[in-house]
Structure formats: structure tokens, C-alpha cells
Design a protein around this ligand. Structure first.
Ligand SMILES: [Mg+2]
Length: 246
């Protein structure tokens, strides 16, 4: 039965799954039922490959759409509906190259720039860094504040770009607005009259769900969840209320 009275939009990491892990076997049936009866979308900072590792294929197949790479790509029924390419300015690449040369950090492990859908990922130590390298850099960065300086530097030279500090060793660079707010904008355009329930674990100012929350309208609701267990509880409560109303 298709009820479809509400729209549910979920972050993945920390909201539907434990951090960097797969959806639990206990949670999957509730999620499946919700996605069958309501309009469910997923929005993740990861790309589609990583999302498929975290959420069972059966559950993904029931979703209306899957926004990968912070809304820079949309997949519906396994088909790529759109994908954004960030046209990286040469001046930015030159600036980053310069930073790798002149940084006071002693080690370089290669692969300093990585192209991802809708963004560029930059790291002084480089993405080939081992686990030990990463820890060493992260500790040095916490003391020296290098990544904050990189972010300030890029923002000053490229006012149209945003920089987010994520993970241990890198920063994400992307055009302003190329964030999870894109998922909310798409849904509003395609289902203008249906309220959105958004669930995220990083909804505060510097979190990667903040932009989605800011894009919500007055009739929409934002749920900040501590972990996937809270999401599971809210979904189960919603389904129980539905059963009672039958
Ligand atoms: Mg999250």
C-alpha cells in the first residue's frame, strides 16, 4: 500500500548506521517498511559506492532517490539523474601546489589533490598517508592549526568557494551551496506540497547536516539524532501510530 503522506530524508553515517558501518539487521525491516509506505530519500556525504556498502540494496531499492556526495549526484532506480562537476580554477590548483611545497609539515606521502563529485579534497601530507602518518599529521594540525589556515587562505582568495575541515588530514573545497541543501531543494521542487522530515546527526552550525536543516521550510521538521538507534526509535513510533490509526 502506498500511503505517501510524508517525506523522510535521512543522512546515512551516524543517522541510519553506526559511523562508517552498515545498517543493523534489526533496523532494516522498519526502514524497509517506511520506504515502502512513505516517500524516502537518502542524502550522504559519501559517494554511491560507499552508500551501497552501508545500506542494504533491498532498502536502497525502496527509496525514491539517493543523493550522494552531499547532493552533488542523484540516483533513482540505479540510474544517475544528475552529477555535478566542479570546474576547479587553475589559480586554486596553483595555490594548493604552493602550499604542499611550503608547508612546515615535514612529510609528504603523495596524492595531495583528489577530485570527487562536486568537490576537491586537499591534504598536505597526502591521501597515501598510512594510519600512523595520519595520526601524526592530525596531532600536528591540532597544534599548528594548519587546516584552518588553509581554509582561511582559500576563502580569502576565492570568495565563491567554501572549505570544510573533515576527517583527520584533509579539507573539502567546493562551490558555495554545493552541499546537502541541494537535496532539500530538489525534493521541494518535485514534491512542493508534502512536508519533509529530515534526520541528521550533525545538524549544528559546523556539521555536515546544517545546510540541509537551513534549507527546510516552515512546514518541514528537522530531527537531530544522537545515533541511528534514536532514528530507529522515531521510525518505529511513527509506524506504530500509523497502525493504531488504521
Ligand atoms: Mg552523519
Amino acid at each position: 500500500m502506498c500511503h505517501a503522506g510524508e517525506i523522510f530524508l535521512f543522512d546515512v553515517d551516524g543517522t541510519l548506521t553506526p559511523p562508517r558501518q552498515t545498517m543493523t539487521r534489526e533496523f532494516t525491516p522498519s526502514f524497509d517498511r517506511l520506504a515502502t509506505e512513505e516517500i524516502v530519500y537518502i542524502v550522504s556525504g559519501s559517494d554511491i559506492k560507499k552508500i551501497r556498502e552501508q545500506v542494504p540494496e533491498s532498502a536502497l531499492a525502496k527509496c525514491q532517490g539517493i543523493f550522494g556526495s552531499s547532493g552533488n549526484e542523484l540516483w533513482i532506480d540505479g540510474v544517475l539523474v544528475y552529477g555535478h562537476e566542479f570546474a576547479v580554477p587553475d589559480s586554486l590548483l596553483a595555490q594548493l601546489k604552493n602550499w604542499v611545497i611550503h608547508s612546515e609539515y615535514p612529510d609528504r606521502r603523495g596524492k595531495h589533490v583528489e577530485y570527487r563529485p562536486g568537490m576537491l579534497n586537499f591534504s598536505t601530507v597526502g591521501r597515501r598517508a598510512s594510519l600512523a602518518d595520519r595520526r601524526k599529521y592530525a596531532q600536528w594540525d591540532a597544534e599548528s592549526g594548519e587546516r584552518h589556515r588553509i581554509a582561511d587562505n582559500i576563502r580569502a582568495n576565492h570568495p565563491g568557494l567554501q572549505v570544510a575541515i573533515g576527517g583527520e588530514i584533509s579539507v573539502d573545497i567546493y562551490p558555495a551551496g554545493w552541499d546537502k541543501s541541494q537535496a532539500v531543494a530538489y525534493i521541494k521542487e518535485h514534491h512542493p506540497a508534502i512536508p519533509i522530515n529530515f534526520f541528521g546527526d550533525k545538524t549544528s552550525k559546523h556539521g555536515n547536516d546544517y545546510s540541509a536543516v537551513c534549507a527546510l521550510g516552515e512546514t518541514d521538521r528537522a530531527f537531530t539524532v544522537k545515533d541511528y538507534k534514536v532514528t530507529e526509535k522515531i521510525i518505529n513510533a511513527f509506524l506504530e501510530v500509523k497502525d493504531d490509526g488504521r
